[in-house]
Write a new protein. Structure first.
Length: 358
């Protein structure tokens, strides 16, 4: 199919992304080599991600997450006993001995889920500090805040509680991009299913809107095929009109980034996101497997980032080079003061829908 230039009103259809919030958890942590030990060889973020998966499988209960040090181009792996240190170093990564295993931090997360699932909170494992970081937004106060503090306090130094000045919310709003009724979201990635063209966006968008156009009040270009929110935050829309759908993300500078594959994010990885409200912004992955407790319900398994986003960015693309990573779910803050945004991992959405990038 020939690709043609599209108007700004169709820019989301070319893969312009949207930003959302989701919570993050475990992986990766920063550390220096022990005195006298050689520094590990430089690694790309892709190679570090593969090595992290391999070491996690080999070390099993002796590991406590990992992260990519982008400045030093090395993988740092947390371990809980010195016997695992040599194994990590021999594999080409840096080892850091920490106090808690991922299983122990996972138990703390489960306690939070059972006793403190409060709207306006999120939690994920921070491999840099070897803690579960709990964030409470400005809506959490009074008895709910007292409950959160009591449960968190009972978990000791496994948990750190932080406050956010904003409010955790999904980023759906009126404006340009993909429209339905009075709502607006952003297109994430164009995909193929059964040889037919579809696109991915956020599930909270497709739960609220069933038919989509590329202009406010315009003719339908796509209709919902599948959707899940809360729990997960992904939606699949089938094109119902002949519309250009290149596998690319709009960079809002007259060019696009081609997308050739989907992949898993790595803590410490540099990423970008594209959305119809705030266009392109960058940052890094700060956590994986995050939980966010929105007013509408909880979403698990999210990518946590320090990338900003605003209403209307929902469903948009999180990517690194030609790799699709996530769909904007929600968060807090804005692109003036900064914020925290969560993303639904793309590989999970593709698997759920039986689709592929294309």
């Amino acid at each position: 199919m020939k690709h043609r230039r599209i108007s700004k009103r169709r820019i989301a259809i070319a893969g312009g992304g949207i930003v959302a919030l989701v919570a993050a958890t475990l992986t990766l942590q920063n550390a220096n080599a022990a005195p006298g030990e050689p520094e590990p060889d430089a690694l790309s973020v892709g190679a570090a991600g593969k090595l992290a998966h391999s070491l996690t499988s080999a070390l099993k209960g002796d590991t406590a997450g990992s992260y990519y040090d982008a400045k030093a181009k090395k993988l740092v792996v947390n371990v809980v006993n010195k016997a695992a240190v040599d194994q990590v170093r021999d594999a080409g990564a840096e080892a850091k001995v920490v106090k808690y295993t991922l299983a122990q931090l996972g138990q703390a997360r489960q306690t939070l889920k059972d006793k403190a699932t409060i709207p306006g909170t999120s939690w994920s494992v921070d491999p840099r500090t070897n803690k579960v970081v709990v964030t409470a937004d400005s809506s959490v106060k009074g008895a709910r805040l007292a409950t959160l503090n009591k449960v968190s306090g009972g978990l000791g130094d496994k948990v750190e509680v932080k406050r956010s000045a904003g409010k955790f919310s999904t980023f759906i709003a009126g404006g340009d991009a993909i429209f339905g009724g009075s709502g607006r979201c952003s297109l994430g990635f164009n995909v193929v299913k059964g040889g037919q063209p579809f696109f991915l966006t956020a599930g909270h968008c497709t739960e609220a809107i069933k038919s989509w156009s590329d202009a406010q009040g315009g003719a339908e270009i796509g209709a919902n095929a599948d959707s899940e929110f809360p729990g997960n935050d992904y939606g699949l829309v089938k094109y119902t009109k002949a519309t250009a759908h290149p596998s690319a993300v709009d960079l809002y500078n007259g060019s696009t980034q081609a997308i050739s594959k989907a992949g898993n994010a790595t803590v410490g990885e540099k990423v970008q996101r594209s959305g119809s409200t705030t266009q392109v912004h960058g940052g890094e992955v700060t956590g994986l497997n995050a939980t966010v407790n929105y007013q509408e319900g909880s979403v698990d398994g999210l990518i946590r980032t320090n990338v900003c986003a605003e209403p209307g960015d929902s469903g948009g693309a999180l990517f690194a080079g030609d790799t699709a990573l996530g769909l904007t779910s929600g968060g807090s803050g804005d692109c003036s003061a900064g914020g925290e945004t969560f993303f639904q991992p793309v590989p999970e959405a593709l698997q759920a829908f039986g689709a592929e990038i294309g």
